[in-house]
Every structure is written in structure tokens, then in C-alpha cells.
Design a protein around this ligand. Structure first.
Ligand SMILES: [Zn+2]
Length: 388
């Protein structure tokens, strides 16, 4: 196991390796970037490197030598008692702080509350109380804070004091996918490490390894629609998103061609059913989320599936070259694209975007969906009427 198992994040590796080599590690880091691109994995590997009793000198990975500017790097040994404890998630000097710890708080009042934000009670009990203690194994104490953008105001202010003057042997790594939601003073007290999205080919490769039951067409689709996040691709695979997506390619084809007897409103029920299915996946992964937020998240995921097809159709309608390996996926959008100018796709995308915004503003979800299909039907009907 190596710190370089975290792939396609050369900037992050360069910053961390320079700090490790200088032996003047900043005491607070902010790992910022999209979810599912390796931020927490790198935080854990860095923690292991800092806790390891006997780091070993090793050749730097060939593809990173130029970026890192060194031939050799120090890596955690993987076999000392500290490494073993880190790998077993039981090292007493490594603490992962997250909002769900509220459910393990000694105060029953804290346990009862919905843990939607990272509360001051969690920060005080699981972190601040331990910062002042000596490391159990002598080398360092490391706190990894997940979803730092969800720190409550009180929790963030409380944390700020520690970030200002962390004890010599304490390292804090905040992980955030929305650092603009954090206080500027918190951000400025941390060394920022920016993570980028992952290449589609890498996501496809890892997805095929991690979900071997997924067929190659599904892998290609999910990798392309994961916004550069392996985590997102895995979630979508677990939610059965591809099966939903292919059914929607056919329905959108019907909506574009509007065969006799077809009514756009017949799509409302399947749309809401699929949105509910996706919401179920969201809620299972985050049981603290309110039902309304989960419904919205499910619906927004489904809207992005529809938007994906319209974007593909726009690509076909504008004659942009298609990737040969995607021929089967192209076939799915042929009916949506057939005979339509890119302007229709732009208008369709605008309708989806408006619906997304409406849903975010507490609109009635069922009504918003019905209105969307009526308006989408209008986008395509206008053009047919003009041609007649
Ligand atoms: Zn070790």
C-alpha cells in the first residue's frame, strides 16, 4: 500500500512530498475538491506516513518523478505496529471526525438530534478534548475532518482556536467539497491542497475492477457521466442508474417524435417513480438527510440523466465527432437527435435547468415534473408545427 495509490492528483502529491522532505509540515491542511477523487484516501495515507515508526526510502513512481522533482521518496513501511494499527483503523492517535459521531456522543440529547451538520458537541468531545493530550504512541496526533463545509458556525469557531495554535505534535486535515461555505479565517489558517476531477478512462478502469458485475457499456456510460468522480460512478452503479438511463433515452425519443396518441404527461409517473428510486439510494447512504432533501437529490440526479441525453443529442445534431467506442450509446440518442436542430436541445436543457432550480426552491416536486414534460413537449412540437 502506497501514498501514490491515490492517482491523478499530481499537485497534491507534489505539495505533500515537498513538505515531508522539508520536515516542516504545516499543522493544518485543507484538502479541497470534488467528492470521490481520493481526498480522504490521501489524508489517511499521509497520516500513516506521519505515524509510521520507520518510513522507508523508495523510488518515486516513474510517472510522478518529474512533477515531484525527486527520484526517491519516503513511504510508510506498512509493517511496523503503527502502520498496522492505521491499516486496521484502530490507531489511537488518528481520529476521523465526522458528523455521524454525534450518535456516539455521551449526551443523549446530542445523540437524539439529526446529525445534518458537524456540531460543536462532536468537535469538542472527539477533537478538542484530545488535542491537548500527548500522542499515545509518541510521534503525532492526526485529526481528519470529513465534510468540513458542514461544520456548524459554533463548531467552526471552536475549531479556529486550535487551528491558530495547534500543539507541536498535532496535524489537522480538513476535507471539503465546498470550501466557499467555510469561514475565510479557517481557510487561511490551512495549507490548501486542491484536488482535480479524475480522467474518464481511469474511472472506467477502476469501476470495472470494483464492480465486476457491471457490463462494459454500463461502465462506459457511468464513467462518462460521473463528473470526474469515481465515488459518484460507484454510487450510480449501485443505484442501477444505467438501466434507468437507457429507459429514459427511449422515452425522450418518443417525446421528441411525439407519435400519434402520445401524451407528454404519461412520462410524469415513471419520472417520479425513478426519482423516488434514486432518492432511496441517497437516503440509504445518508440516513440523517431529511426526506425532502433526499427526494430533491434523487430528482436532481434523474434530471442530470435527462440532461446527459440531450447533450449527447446536441453533439449528434451538430455533427461533432463521436467516440467509436460509444457507438452503442450513440444509438440510444439517435431518435432524440433525429431531425432536430441544436437549438431545440438547448431549449430542452434550459427546461431541465429551470426545473432543477424550481425543485431547489421548495417547489412541489410532482407539479414541477408535470410542468417540465409539458414544456419539453412544447419545445419539440413548435418545430414540428413550423415544418408543417
Ligand atoms: Zn510503518
Amino acid at each position: 500500500m502506497s501514498i501514490f495509490d491515490v492517482r491523478h492528483q499530481p499537485r497534491a502529491h507534489r505539495l505533500l512530498q515537498r513538505a515531508l522532505a522539508s520536515e516542516r509540515m504545516p499543522h493544518a491542511y485543507l484538502f479541497a475538491g470534488p467528492e470521490g477523487v481520493g481526498r480522504e484516501m490521501l489524508a489517511c495515507r499521509l497520516a500513516q506516513r506521519l505515524l509510521c515508526a520507520s518510513p522507508v526510502d523508495q523510488p518515486a513512481p516513474a510517472d510522478l518523478r518529474e512533477t515531484l522533482g525527486v527520484e526517491r521518496v519516503g513511504e510508510a513501511c506498512g509493517t511496523c505496529p503503527d502502520c498496522r494499527l492505521v491499516l486496521a483503523d484502530t490507531h489511537p492517535d488518528l481520529t476521523v471526525i465526522h458528523r455521524m459521531l454525534a450518535k456516539q456522543h455521551p449526551d443523549s440529547e446530542v445523540r437524539k438530534k439529526k446529525a445534518q451538520s458537524l456540531s460543536i458537541e462532536v468537535i469538542r468531545h472527539f477533537m478538542i478534548g484530545r488535542v491537548a493530550l500527548r500522542p499515545m504512541h509518541g510521534r503525532a496526533k492526526i485529526f481528519i475532518i470529513r465534510e468540513a463545509e458542514r461544520l456548524s458556525d459554533a463548531a467552526e469557531n471552536c475549531l479556529l482556536k486550535t487551528l491558530e495554535e495547534p500543539p507541536q505534535d498535532t496535524f489537522i486535515i480538513l476535507i471539503s467539497s465546498a470550501m466557499d461555505r467555510m469561514l475565510p479565517t479557517t481557510r487561511s489558517r490551512c495549507q490548501q491542497v486542491l484536488f482535480g476531477s479524475l480522467p474518464v478512462a481511469f474511472i472506467a478502469e477502476r469501476l470495472a475492477e470494483l464492480r465486476p458485475a457491471t457490463n462494459s457499456l454500463e461502465v462506459a456510460y457511468l464513467a462518462q457521466h460521473a463528473n470526474g468522480s469515481l465515488g459518484r460512478a460507484l454510487e450510480c452503479a449501485d443505484d442501477g442508474l444505467f438501466a434507468l438511463a437507457t429507459a429514459w433515452a427511449q422515452r425522450l425519443g418518443k417525446l421528441a417524435s411525439q407519435p400519434p396518441g402520445f401524451s407528454a404527461t404519461e412520462l410524469v409517473e415513471p419520472f417520479l417513480a425513478d426519482a423516488r428510486q434514486l432518492a432511496k439510494g441517497v437516503a440509504e447512504r445518508d440516513p440523517e438527510m431529511s426526506d425532502l432533501d433526499a427526494s430533491r437529490a434523487g430528482l436532481q440526479r434523474l434530471l442530470s440523466v435527462l440532461a446527459g441525453w440531450y447533450r449527447e443529442a446536441m453533439r449528434q445534431a451538430t455533427g461533432l465527432p463521436s467516440d467509436a467506442s460509444q457507438a452503442e450509446l450513440d444509438g440510444l440518442v439517435r431518435e432524440i437527435a433525429a431531425g432536430w436542430d441544436p437549438g431545440a436541445m438547448v431549449r430542452a436543457l434550459r427546461q431541465l435547468n429551470d426545473t432543477d432550480l424550481e425543485v431547489g426552491r421548495n417547489a412541489n416536486i410532482d407539479l414541477a415534473a408535470a410542468a417540465m414534460f409539458i414544456r419539453l413537449a412544447g419545445v419539440f412540437r413548435r418545430r414540428s408545427a413550423r415544418l408543417v
